[in-house]
Design a protein around this ligand. Sequence first.
Ligand code: GLU
Length: 449
Amino acid sequence: MTTLDEKLEPILTQVLQRNAGEPEFHQAVREVFESLGRVVAKHPDYLQDGLFERICEPERQIIFRVPWTDDKGQVHINRGFRVQFNSALGPYKGGIRFHPSVNLGIIKFLGFEQTFKNALTGMPIGGGKGGSDFNPRGRSDGEIMRFCQSFMTELHRHIGEYTDVPAGDIGVGGREIGYMFGQYKRLTNRYEAGVLTGKGLAYGGSRARKEATGYGATYFVQHMLGRKGTSFEGKRTVVSGSGNVAIYTIEKVHSFGGKVIACSDSSGYVVDEAGIDLELLKDVKEVRRARISDYAKARGKSATYVEGGCIWDVPCDVAMPSATQNELTGKDAQTLVKNGVIAVGEGANMPSTPDAVRVFQQAGVSFAPGKAANAGGVATSALEMQQNASRDSWTFDETEQRLSDIMRNIHDACADTAEMYGAPGDYVLGANITGFVRVADAMRALGVV
Ligand code: GLU
C-alpha cells in the first residue's frame, strides 16, 4: 500500500481546501497522488512549474441554467455542467451524465479521472465531463427531447470537433445523444459529426461503440486473469448495474465462457443461477426501460429478486462493479474476499471506496481500477472521431479488433509500469503513473498555460 509523499502533501492539502465540500473529487485526487510518490522520487523535476497544482485545476468550468417544460406544461429548472479539465493531449473528451446526484464536485472527479483514463488509451484526447441533476426516470420521450434540446442550447457554444467532444454516461445513451446532436446541428447549421460520440449508426456513429465499455472491461480482466494463469472459463461472475456497461460486460463474459449469475439496479439485485438471460435483460432494460425486478418476474424459476439487498453478498470468483461511484465499500470487499473472489474489474468510474481497494490489494485479489479497465468506451469514442474525420465507417469486427488491441496495450502498460516502479501486480499504481506521465510530459512541453 502506498502513502502520500511529503512533497505532495502540501499540494494535496491546498487542493482539498480550494475545493471544499467535494468529497468525490478529493477522493480521486488523493488516490492519484498516493500513487505518484515513486515518480517524484525518481523524477523530482515534475514538481517544477506548479505542474501538480495545474493538473488538479480544471482549465474551464461552465455552469448553466437548463429550463424545460414537462408534458403538463409545468416549467422545471435544472443545472447543467461542463468541466473542461485538461486539453494537453487533445480536445476535451468525456461523457455527459443525467442523474439527480450530479453536482460540480461529481463532475470534477469524473473529469479528473477522465484525463488520466484518456491518456491511458494512447489516443489524442484530453479530459472533460459534463452533466445535469436532471432525473430522466419516468420522463416521456418528449420530455427527454425538450430537456436535451435546452441543455444543448447553452452547451453548443462551448463544444466542437477541435474543442470539446461530449458523449454519454449514466442517463445518457443513444436516444439522448441523437436529440443533442439534432439541436447542435440546428443551432450551428453545421453537420459536424465529430462534435459528439456515441451517435446512432444512422447518423455517423461507430459500430461497437455501444458495446465498447463492457467489452473492454472484460478484455482487461481476461488479460489480468491470464497473468494469474487462469481465465473466465467457468468463473462465477457478479456484475453490478444493468445499464449499458453491465449489459455488454455480461455479453462478453459469457462469450469467454464465464457465467454471470447476478446484476442489479438501484432498487435491488437479481440472482439467476442459470446465468443471466441476456436477450431478456436487453428487452427489459434497453427496450422497455423497466426495472430489474421485471427481469426476475419474466424469467421465472431460476431467478430470485432481492429488494434493497447488497449484490456483493452473492459469492463469486470475479466481481465487476459497473453501476456508479462508491457502490462497493470496505465491508463489501471483505465479504467478497471471504467468499473467495480472485479478481475485481471496475466497469464504472471509481465504484470501489479507498477502503475496498485496500482490502482487495491486501488480500492479493487482482484489482483493475476503472480508469484503466473501463477505458474501452472512450477509446472507441476516439475511433468514432477518426471515422468521422475521414468520413469513413468501419465494420464491427475491425472496430472491435482495434478496441481489443487498445485494451491489451492498456493492460500491459499498467502491468509493466507497476513492475518498473517496484510494485508488481498493482494496477492502481500502474494506471495512475502511466496516465500521469503522459499528461504531465505533454503539459511540460506546452509551457505554463
Ligand atoms: N462516459 C464514458 C467514460 O466515462 C465515455 C466517455 C466518452 O466516450 O467520451 O469513459
